[in-house]
Ligand binder design. Structure first.
Ligand SMILES: [Zn+2]
Length: 313
């Protein structure tokens, strides 16, 4: 039996076929415009720029200012290590003027997106301009955790934007200079936050190996991580967890830190076993939602420093 809600189109329904599709298109366009982070909402005339991760997109956005629309493929509070590209991502990359990638093994999935987007886009691999550290021969991709690496990224981003959109070169150069100053100010602010923690107490335990650059730059002792290695995909063995609990007790670590983009279950178990506090709102591989304390790269760095210093004091 036919559904009473589905009408057979008749002569009087012709308006429906012409007007409704137009109304639907207008509605969808309005909806897309309301969702600012969607690539489909790019204002006419502004080049679309893609960053693979939230941090890269935020840094690029600061240099692009209002001259370009910048989107991130990985969303806030999502793990870029196990990101699965969406059709939106493919569409955004297909329409982009430049793509900025992290490189160093964090966003190799971009190759698949580029292929599905129907060819290559001008792509800037930012790992080529930073100082990388290596762990067992593998590059550590979490280099944004050292602000001096972001100082190296800014000129590379500026030059790529100028090449893609020479008409706005003056704005990109001025924005880049202003942002460099903001990054240096943040660097000094984070150092002064850690000055409030006694030297012997500056010990860090986190979910995965995302904070080596941070610990090296700000003078923290990286005691260990819950997940092994530079990715988030490895499962620790019972022996490894017991060794970590032992190290936390032996070294008098006051608190351990879980990242907001990862499941805190293991960290909470280790915190119970070692009898220490667990802080679950550290931002490692992803920013928080726009507008939150950790919604920008600079905000994330200050928010992490405050959370760590407060727990370790
Ligand atoms: Zn990571």
């Amino acid at each position: 039996m036919r559904s009473p809600l589905r009408r057979r189109p008749g002569k009087s329904d012709t308006w429906y076929r012409h007007v409704l599709p137009t109304a639907a298109v207008l509605f969808l366009a309005a909806l897309a415009a309301a969702c600012g982070s969607r690539g489909t909402a790019t204002p006419a005339g502004k080049p679309l720029i893609v960053g693979t991760t939230t941090q890269i997109a935020d840094i690029v956005r600061n240099i692009a200012g209002d001259r370009a629309a910048v989107v991130s493929l990985v969303g806030p509070n999502r793990d870029p290590h196990d990101y699965e590209p969406t059709t939106d991502a493919v569409e955004q990359v297909a329409r982009s003027r430049v793509v900025f990638k992290n490189g160093a093994g964090l966003d190799d999935w971009l190759d698949r997106v580029l292929k599905n987007a129907g060819g290559s886009r001008p792509t800037v691999d930012l790992s080529a301009v930073v100082h990388l550290r290596y762990d067992a021969g593998q590059p550590d991709p979490h280099y944004w955790m050292d602000p001096t690496n972001v100082e190296r990224m800014v000129p590379a981003i500026r030059d790529a934007l100028v090449a893609a959109d020479p008409a706005d070169a003056t704005a990109y150069r001025a924005n880049a200079n202003r942002y460099l100053q903001q990054v240096r100010t943040m660097d000094a602010q984070v150092k002064s936050i850690f000055d409030t923690v006694p030297t012997a107490g500056r010990k860090l335990v986190t979910d995965h190996d995302a904070f080596h650059y941070f610990a090296d730059h700000f003078g923290l002792d990286y005691v260990g991580t819950i997940l092994r290695g530079l990715s988030t995909s490895s499962e620790p063995t019972t022996q490894q967890l017991a060794a970590l609990v032992g190290a936390i007790r032996d070294q008098g670590v006051k608190a351990i830190f879980a990242e907001a983009s990862l499941n805190p279950k293991l960290a909470e178990q280790i915190g119970r076993d070692a009898g220490v506090k667990v802080v679950t709102d550290l931002y490692g591989d992803s920013l928080g939602p726009p507008g939150s304390d950790a919604g920008t790269y600079i905000g994330m760095m200050v928010s992490n420093a405050r959370a760590i210093a407060e727990a370790l004091r």
